[in-house]
Design a protein around this ligand. Sequence first.
Ligand code: BES
Ligand code: MN
Ligand code: ZN
Length: 473
Amino acid sequence: MTIELTTPAEIPGDVEVLGVPVHADLSLPEGAGVELDPAFLRRCGFEGKPGQAQAVPAEDGSCIVALGVGEPGSIDDEVLRRAGAALGRHTAKVGSAATTLAAVAGDPAGAGAIVESFALAAYRYAGARSEPPTHLLTRLAVVGADPAMVRLGEVRARAIARARDWVNEPARSMTPTRLAGVAGELAREHGLSLEVWDEHRIAAERLGGLAGVAAGSAEPPRLIRLAHEPAGATATLAFVGKGITFDSGGLSLKPPTGMMTMKDDMGGAAAVLASVAAAAELELPVRVVGWVAATENMPSGTATHPGDVLVARNGKSIEVLNTDAEGRLVLADALSLAAEEEPDAIVDIATLTGAQVVALGKGVAGVMGTDASLVEAVIAAGARAGEPTWQLPLVDAYRKQLDSEVADLKNIGKAGEAGTIIAGLFLREFAGGRAWAHLDIAGPSWSEEVRDWYTKGGTGWGAGTLLELARTW
Ligand code: BES
Ligand code: MN
Ligand code: ZN
């Protein structure tokens, strides 16, 4: 899906569809470029609400789409995103479109939100369908927009669409080896540095958590380091992604319904790889090092048993009492490796706990961390990216739930009690005392419905947040 984006000063003459902003009082703002009869819009049931769209035939045979933007004073990026997405869904089957939506954006950055949501609403995963989804749109003119902001929206949309593709690809083909292959393609395309460790190197480097989760799988694990390292960079950000290409639960097997979407358990890894590539596309002056610990989590005669003890890269021993709490085991090693390079900050991202879905649902990610200003920066980046994020506390008093009789810590706490926080406390043990934040995207990484700029399946959640964090670091 490549859409040619332009930023003309005037509406081009040959567009098939024109998206125009309309307020809740059915008035059109200055710069909308056309006039529409409010009485007609009202008869159509159009109320100018954010996300609402109404097609209106134009005299020249083209189609005007009224896009609700609500009250004049309340047009933020969220409103622009919902309007851009509504237009994107309306135009997936035409060749060229234009919009004057940027006319109501409070600041130039709004154009990025419009373009991004437009492209993402039109996203389709081709998959294995014998009739691939039709998608014709090749040109979008964003009238009066700042070209730099349009380019930012384009890069962000591409990062998110890529992450969606990787998540949507079935686990049979999106293996740890294939994920490393994806990193290789990105490295070549964007001039990134790449290192991939295979199962032998993983063992030799004492990545006991990753090797322990991989023990039950026929697919070998991979440890991936993909980095954007511009000359002269003074700051370094490390992004760490959970790359479980399929989570069956291991010997602590999940029930069938709990397993149906578990090809998405590498959503954190997808966000990391996509955002590192996007940082290079934007030539950001900051070093961005992406780490991915990739493996399947499968049951077999060679799988890790509940009660086994693994030793992570940083030397801490872990009693595995539930093999379904595997994400924290692979992240333990990847966080340790990231910390060894002494970056200025470490942010990990993971589809880590079902408890996150219970606490915050599918529309808000959870964040925890050891550094208040880093957590604040992550929340602010999420807000700019349209990915709301809510902080949970790392309650020190809960740490004793992870005390083990045989090892430095065990991998689960008390059932049904603050599972997301417990996972955060576990990860903290491996961040080497550095400034660290952890994003739990278990709910947001997957969508069961078409809503705004989300399509069914992988959402690509997190790629936008990480990119915004790197862009404003
Ligand atoms: N990948 C799952 C978490 C998950 C659940 C992601 C639902 C997306 C949707 C993770 O590996 C897991 O199984 N976590 C367990 C931990 C528990 C055993 C302590 C969970 O949350 O049930
Ligand atoms: Mn699991
Ligand atoms: Zn998992």
